[in-house]
Design a protein. Structure first.
Length: 109
């Protein structure tokens, strides 16, 4: 990943609502959530949510699919993993360190 690519992803996540939406989708797993369920869960208007989902999708952090009359959004785990790998590729001055994998990190207490 190039710096410019990382900046696009980080920029998309640098807004509170978008970060909250992305974290919810990560928690929900590959099944994702319908846009209406996301809006209801986070108590935000559908128009506001639509704007933020568009930004996350344009950055490549979310994926969408049509299921009947619903649009289901899910986190793009490949993009998330690439970003995390980019951010940690030179971690600990190149020596092995204990950085948890994105797929098995334990939640903060």
């Amino acid at each position: 990943m190039k710096n410019a690519d990382a900046v696009v992803l980080l920029s998309a996540l640098s807004q509170e609502t978008r970060l909250t939406v992305f974290r919810l989708l990560v928690q929900r797993g590959p099944a994702g959530l319908a846009a209406g369920a996301i809006a209801e869960h986070l108590d935000i208007s559908p128009a506001t949510l639509s704007f933020h989902l568009k930004e996350l999708t344009a950055a490549g952090l979310t994926l969408s699919r049509q299921e009947g009359r619903f649009v289901i959004y899910s986190a793009n785990y490949k993009a998330m993993d690439k970003l995390l790998s980019f951010l940690t590729e030179n971690c600990c001055a190149g020596t092995p360190c204990e950085v948890p994998s994105s797929s098995c990190a334990t939640p903060a207490k």
